[in-house]
Design a protein around this ligand. Structure first.
Ligand code: SAM
Length: 203
C-alpha cells in the first residue's frame, strides 16, 4: 500500500487513460544542462523517484552513468523505460513506494514527483530525501513556484517560503531560484533547486 492517498491504482489509471500531461517525452532542458556538467566522480549512485517514463534515466544511461535507479509505484511507468531502453539494468527499476526506499545515493533528481504527492506528505518527502542521501549528497531538480492544479488532485503547487520550511532542517541551499531554461509551458513557473545534505542533519 502506498503512503500517499494517490496510490498505485490512481497513477496506473492516469497512465491507462492518457491523463499524463506531465510527460514531456524527453529529458527537460534544466535537468539535461545540469547532468551535462557532472563529472564522472560527481554522482555515482543516482535516484530518480516518481520517475514516470524516466527520460532523465535514459539520458544518464546513454551518457555512461552506470548506477542510475528509477523508482515508481506504477508498473506502466517502469515498463515504458524498459521497452524504450532494453539495456537499462532491470535491477535498477524499483517498483516501490518512495517512502520505503533505502539508500545511500549521491544524487536525487526531482521533477513533478514532489507535486504529485499529497501536500501533507511534504515534510516526510524532505526527511526521506535526507535519509536516502549520503552526507554531502544532493537533491536537485524542479519544483513548481506557485499554484498549478485544480487543488483536489495532482499536481499541487506551493510557495518558496513553504518549501524552505521543509528542506531547511536537512539541507544547505546551493541553488533555489526561478529556472532560466524551463520548457516553454513551465517558463517562469518553476524553481531550479540544488540542495546539499548537511553533515549534521537530524535523522
Ligand atoms: C506526475 S508523475 C511525474 C513522472 C516523472 N517524474 C515525469 O516528470 O515525467 C508522478 C509519478 O510519481 C509516481 N508516484 C506517485 N506516488 C509515488 C510514491 N509514493 N512512490 C513512488 N512513485 C510514486 C506516479 O506513479 C507517477 O509516475
Amino acid at each position: 500500500m502506498s503512503a500517499t492517498s494517490f496510490d498505485a491504482a490512481y497513477w496506473s489509471a492516469r497512465y491507462a487513460d492518457g491523463r499524463d500531461q506531465w510527460d514531456t517525452g524527453t529529458v527537460t532542458e534544466p535537468l539535461r544542462a545540469y547532468f551535462a556538467q557532472l563529472g564522472p566522480g560527481d554522482a555515482r549512485r543516482i535516484l530518480i523517484p516518481g520517475a514516470g517514463r524516466a527520460y532523465e534515466a535514459e539520458y544518464l544511461h546513454s551518457a555512461g552513468f552506470e548506477e542510475v535507479y528509477v523508482a515508481d509505484i506504477a508498473p506502466e511507468a517502469l515498463g515504458a523505460l524498459q521497452q524504450r531502453v532494453p539495456t537499462f539494468p532491470a535491477a535498477h527499476l524499483l517498483l516501490q513506494d518512495f517512502f520505503e526506499l533505502e539508500g545511500p545515493y549521491d544524487l536525487i533528481v526531482e521533477q513533478t514527483f514532489f507535486c504529485a504527492l499529497s501536500p501533507e506528505l511534504r515534510p516526510r518527502y524532505a526527511q526521506q530525501c535526507a535519509k536516502l542521501l549520503r552526507p554531502g549528497g544532493k537533491l536537485m531538480g524542479l519544483l513548481f513556484d506557485g499554484q498549478v492544479g485544480p487543488g483536489n488532485e495532482p499536481p499541487f503547487g506551493g510557495t518558496r517560503e513553504e518549501y524552505r520550511r521543509y528542506f531547511e532542517p536537512y539541507f544547505e541551499f546551493v541553488h533555489f531560484d526561478t529556472a532560466y531554461n524551463s520548457i516553454k509551458p513551465r517558463a517562469d513557473r518553476e524553481l531550479f533547486i540544488c540542495l546539499q545534505k548537511k553533515a549534521d542533519t537530524p535523522a
